[in-house]
Design a protein around this ligand. Structure first.
Ligand code: ADP
Length: 516
């Protein structure tokens, strides 16, 4: 069968700890989900920033194409003007069925001019399909910028078609210096978008080298989180990262703190459950101790009561032959009644101590004399039980400020214990002495003794040594020594024990000489 304590422990774990553990697990899995959501929001934010940079470069070139169409002056003049004003435009190349016309920034020497023209014408021929597509677009009223395959380091070639009249279209090629375009057009846009929150850079894919960045930062800080192709310059990528703490880091940090907090919470709950469990176990132990106490006390009371009953009945029946025998019976009844009243007093005093109502009345008294009185009252009873009792009084024993009754009660308790736990060696010694600080009363027996472990516990209320034949057999309430300790505390004194198993025990009551 499961012990009730264990049952409560299991129940507590089920009721308190398990739900919280489930909750923690649920929260932890949720945190990961939240992290994923935040992460995706963050990714799309970065994505849209890169998109807008891309869109902008598209807009710049479309703007130029637009200017050629809608400019105030003729096409030639507009081209001249654009080439001169825009640092990044190397040349415009106009191609229609009749003429090939080049507008370049600088005056190019004749042979280079021929080479460039040839290259552009070659590119035009090579990208015939794309050109055809662009012309289809313009015919349906939409001007699109196309990127042509063009093999020239650091340059990009674009094309767009334009309508000359309702019948014919012509194509304009636009040669751009990429790095200049980035510096002149994308740079300011990137600066504007990035503000102080992002690092945005342009990366040459072939060399995997950065050719532009909105801020100069240490290599160590670099941790590009998103990279996207630049639509117009497929050989280049845009890279972006958050400045300082990235959202990922923030989320990770938050997740870590949350998990730690949850673990701490679980631990507190576990600790709480353990405390409650311990408390309940203590309460149950206390209930057990109390019921043991009641059964022990009842048993203790029953013995003198039975004796009184028996002796008084015999007396009542008048069967005793001599006066001497009668006297003997009266004495037994008297002693047992005294014992009974001592027991009841002990219990009453204990309950007073427990409720904090016990009062002490100190008076200067001679302890030697008190012990003599006790022995006078108890001596006979002890002798009858076969005990030899020696009292070694101490002539110079000082008069002490004590509560006479309480101290007698303490000594009687010790003598009672000596009787109960003496076994076969029925000898008790009481010896008084003084040292520099204390006046001591020793109550010594030669009985079963107390183990070191139990010596530390016997002054606790209800504690009874449960090992050993005699200790098991002897009935007691377990409150005697706790009362003695309380009395000694009230006198600012102490009770100490010296004992070894099977060799007897010496309890010492020490009263401070300075207690006035
Ligand atoms: P009890 O009513 O059980 O005697 P006490 O508080 O007086 O309660 O003593 C507590 C326990 O200390 C006893 O149960 C006993 O085991 C042990 N004890 C006390 N006095 C002695 C002694 N003189 N010799 C051996 N054991 C003792």
């Amino acid at each position: 069968m499961i012990k009730p304590g264990l049952k409560i422990g299991i129940l507590l774990t089920l009721i308190l700890v398990l739900p919280s553990l489930f909750f923690s697990a649920y929260e932890i899995s949720n945190i990961n989900q939240n992290e994923a959501v935040i992460d995706s929001i963050y990714s799309s934010q970065l994505e849209s920033i890169l998109f807008s940079v891309n869109q902008y470069s598209d807009d710049v070139i479309s703007g130029w194409a637009n200017q050629l169409d809608k400019g105030k002056y003729g096409l030639d003049q507009e081209m001249e003007s654009l080439v001169t004003k825009n640092y990044s435009i190397d040349a415009f190349f106009l191609i229609d069925s009749l003429k090939h016309q080049l507008f370049s920034k600088e005056k190019i020497p004749e042979d280079s001019l021929t080479i460039l023209t040839e290259k552009l014408e070659y590119a035009f021929a090579q990208n015939a399909n794309e050109i055809e597509r662009l012309q289809q677009y313009i015919k349906s009223g939409y001007q699109k910028i196309g990127v042509l395959d063009f093999n020239m380091k650091g340059k990009s070639l674009f094309a767009f078609a334009r309508t000359v009249d309702s019948l014919s279209v012509e194509t304009v090629l636009l040669l751009i210096d990429i790095e200049k375009f980035i510096g002149e057009n994308l740079g300011p846009k990137i600066q504007g978008i990035a503000q102080d929150q992002f690092y945005i850079s342009v990366i040459d894919k072939k060399r995997n080298a950065e050719i532009y960045s909105n801020v100069v930062y240490d290599e160590g800080e670099k941790n590009i989180q998103q990279r996207r192709k630049i639509w117009l310059f497929p050989a280049y990528d845009l890279g972006i990262q958050m400045k300082g703490n990235t959202i990922e880091n923030l989320v990770r940090k938050r997740t870590r703190t949350n998990i730690i907090m949850l673990i701490v919470m679980d631990m507190i709950l576990l600790l709480g459950a353990w405390f409650v469990y311990r408390n309940i176990r203590q309460q149950m132990k206390l209930t057990q101790i109390k019921s043991d106490f009641i059964s022990n006390v009842s048993h203790e009371i029953r013995t003198p009561l039975a004796l009184i009953n028996m002796y008084s009945e015999t007396l009542e029946m008048g069967r005793l032959p001599s006066e001497g025998k009668k006297q003997e019976y009266y004495k037994v009844i008297n002693t047992e009644a005294n014992r009974l009243s001592n027991m009841v007093n002990n219990i009453l005093n204990f309950s007073k101590i427990e409720s904090g109502k016990r009062e002490y009345h100190f008076k200067e008294s001679d302890i030697n004399a008190e012990i003599e009185i006790i022995l006078e009252n108890y001596g006979q009873h002890l002798h009858k039980k076969g005990f030899e009792i020696n009292f070694e009084s101490f002539d110079d024993f000082p008069k002490l400020l004590i509560d006479k009754e309480a101290v007698s009660e303490a000594i009687i308790n010790l003598i009672d214990n000596a009787v109960k736990y003496s076994g076969n060696t029925k000898r008790i010694e009481i010896a008084c002495n003084t040292d520099l600080e204390f006046a001591n009363i020793n109550v010594i027996d030669f009985g079963i003794g107390i183990s070191k472990k139990d010596q530390a516990l016997i002054f606790d209320k209800f504690y009874r040594v449960s090992s050993g034949d005699l200790a098991n057999k002897v009935k007691g309430s377990g409150i005697g020594l706790s009362i003695v300790k309380h009395i000694m505390d009230a006198h600012n004194g102490r009770i100490t024990v010296k004992s070894s198993k099977e060799n007897g025990t010496c309890f010492t009551l020490s009263f401070p000489l300075s207690f006035k």
